[in-house]
Write a protein of this length. Sequence first.
Length: 364
Amino acid sequence: MPADFSLLHRICKLVVLLCFFHIAVTVFFYVRSFDIPLAFPHKRQSHNNTTQSGLDTHTVSTSRTEWNTQNEEGTAAPQSEPGQKSVTEPRKSLEKCPETSPLLVGPLRVEFNNPVSLEQIKDENPNVQLGGRFKPKDCEALQKVAIIIPFRKRDEHLKFWLYYLHPILQRQQLEYGVYVINQDGDETFNRAKLLNVGYQESLKDKDYNCFVFSDVDLIPMDDRNTYKCFSQPRHLSVSMDKFGFRLPYNQYFGGVSSMSKGQYLKINGFPNNYWGWGGEDDDIYNRLASKGMTISRPSGDIGKCRMIRHNRDKQNDPNPQRFDRIAHTKETMNKDGINSLSYKLMSVEKLDLFTKITVDVGKP
Ligand code: UDH
Ligand code: NGS
């Protein structure tokens, strides 16, 4: 009797068909995983809107724009070619820094016995970028602060200032830039005009919203004295060693102060016509008072600071006109200030620890 192979034959055919089906399904999914554009146009379209992490490309391109902006501003940013992996990786969005920095340590030892070198300061502050710029890595600073220092021939003082202030400002979690406004030539010194120049020139660098005006020879003795702006103009050097750690008088606004852009513009900036020593800080106080502003200050304890002792500078003798000028602030302030500022920009040098801006401010 011939063997009946028909059942076996059918089973074999079924197995072969199943195998083909299995292979076809495998090939289908394998090919799909390559994301071939022409074969799967719908998939490509959806890839344009959605990254593999599920974030839409709007987010990705925004973060790229942010990096570009930072590049323009001179801070370090990764360079990536179009299509490189970093483009599709979303940038970690930073949370705002806390109102009070957790990095503060409180009272500090400040002394000027041993000179410091720029190399040493640079080594000790590796996160400070060219031009004396810094921004915290782990959080977004609450304020962007331009620190403006009126300057001429005080290099030793400047080194101490940079040595003490860079670490303090970083602990205060500020985004900041240091601008040293160097008066060119040997004409009579003009502190307030240099501060106006600093305001104007720093804004060419970045959209600062707070301005700290600091003499080069004043060092805070407590890092809780934050170099930022407040709802009223701030006087920061409230308790100086040379005044026995007290205010010399209630209206005193000299040394170190801060103002938001709005506060500064409300008083038309600072006077340009105080040549030589004295009075310009009193004029600034009068401007603030005449606009109904009050002075905000830290406590005497937190506001302690040391001044580097020095002799009177050449070409900065007491200005005999100062008493007359401060008696007329109200009448002069609207026409003398940031709206009438004129100077000749000689050079802008982006150095490792600060930006040095040399200007010819003219003469009396
Ligand atoms: N400044 C300079 N160079 C100068 C003059 C002033 O850099 O030639 C700057 C510097 O930032 C200084 C600030 O302007 O801290 C204010 O200068 P100032 O002379 O009005 O005030 P300071 O407190 O000296 O430095 C006051 C006179 C000190 C006389 C001391 C006598 N023992
Ligand atoms: C006042 C000056 C201010 C000066 C302050 C402290 O008398 O400009 O002393 O000076 N006002 C006038 O002269 C009208 S200090 O001891 O720091 O040199 O800031």
